[in-house]
Design a protein. Structure first.
Length: 317
């Protein structure tokens, strides 16, 4: 039995095996495995009954609704879980408050249930937070290992990335590529991670983007947000994460989020030594300055030529 990946939520653990089976244990997975999460024991000598976790929950079991479906992705939030199967696509179960299950309501779901709004989507990656969920979906005719972000749930701290005008969505909603505040070209994302109230994405070019609550500086955007940005404020739209340029820093390879923190693993630095890098950077600055001066000169010459042409036309007339 080979484990492909695992994920944990508040009261349980799920393990995805290489053969496509999903195993759950703990109170959170009890309903999916059709086990009573709590057990009642008679209190000898005192009367009444004592409530305790069912010992059966300590064993890993396979949810019946997922048998033979072939699970290939799974992610858990604080008290809900989302997975992707080969047969039925995206499915979710657990606590439905805030619409984070994606079924169009806020009703709890005991067993894995198909997310109908995503039944035709090819899901590449999943991430679940406390009140929201994210997925990376392949958008035809695009292909490869990157896609657009789909989000659903509650985003009172901007963690949905849909702007201040959309704080709730009970069904998956595509975060359009123009949601990035300073870039209009389509952004293809290959990795997402979420914390309690913030989200982070890594695009195929190695650029990181973040949005949501900035508690503890979790967004990593001190310059763009500004000095006067509230300590516990939030950014409802994504912006570039700062601090990954400079000598010795490779491109981001993977990301993970805590409640109010973000951790990034970088690829090894493959550039020149520090002295050469500094020289090349200064040369690039000088070249950009020359280019600006050349453009200004050409613009001035163009305006002067237009002026002379008009004076000539007036004199002839």
């Amino acid at each position: 039995m080979q484990i492909q990946e695992s994920s944990c939520w508040a009261d349980g653990t799920v393990v995805l095996l290489r053969d496509g089976r999903l195993l759950c244990c703990g109170l959170a997975g009890a309903s999916a495995s059709r086990i009573q999460p709590m057990d009642f024991v008679e209190r000898t000598g005192y009367g009444g009954r004592l409530q305790r976790p069912n010992p059966m929950c300590e064993l890993f079991r396979e949810p019946r609704a997922l048998r033979t479906l072939g699970v290939r992705l799974v992610a858990c939030g604080a008290n809900h879980c989302v997975c992707v199967t080969d047969q039925l696509g995206a499915m979710s179960w657990g606590d439905g408050s805030g619409g984070k299950l994606g079924h169009g309501d806020n009703v709890d779901v005991k067993e894995p249930k198909r997310i109908k709004a995503m039944m035709n989507d090819i899901v590449l990656y999943l991430a679940c937070g406390v009140w929201h969920s994210l997925a990376v979906v392949l958008v035809p005719p695009l292909f490869g290992d990157a896609g657009w972000i789909v989000t659903w749930g509650t985003g009172t701290q901007g963690q949905l990335g849909l702007g201040k005008e959309c704080m709730y969505t009970f069904t998956p909603k595509i975060v359009r590529p123009t949601f990035l505040e300073d870039k209009q070209d389509p952004i293809l994302v290959k990795w997402v991670a979420v914390g309690r109230n913030h989200s982070v994405a890594l695009d195929k070019d190695g650029t990181m983007w973040s949005w949501g609550s900035n508690k503890g500086g979790a967004l990593g955007r001190p310059k763009s947000l500004g000095e006067n940005f509230p300590a516990h404020g939030y950014a409802p739209k994504a912006g570039r994460v700062e601090g990954f340029s400079g000598w010795g820093k490779g491109l981001p390879a993977s990301i993970a989020c805590g409640p109010s923190a973000t951790v990034v693993a970088l690829l090894p630095w493959e550039g020149p030594d520090e002295e050469t890098w500094e020289f090349e950077r200064e040369e690039a600055k000088l070249q950009r300055r020359r280019d600006r001066e050349q453009r200004k000169k050409e613009e001035a010459e163009r305006k002067e030529a237009i002026k002379r042409q008009r004076e000539h036309e007036r004199s002839v007339a």
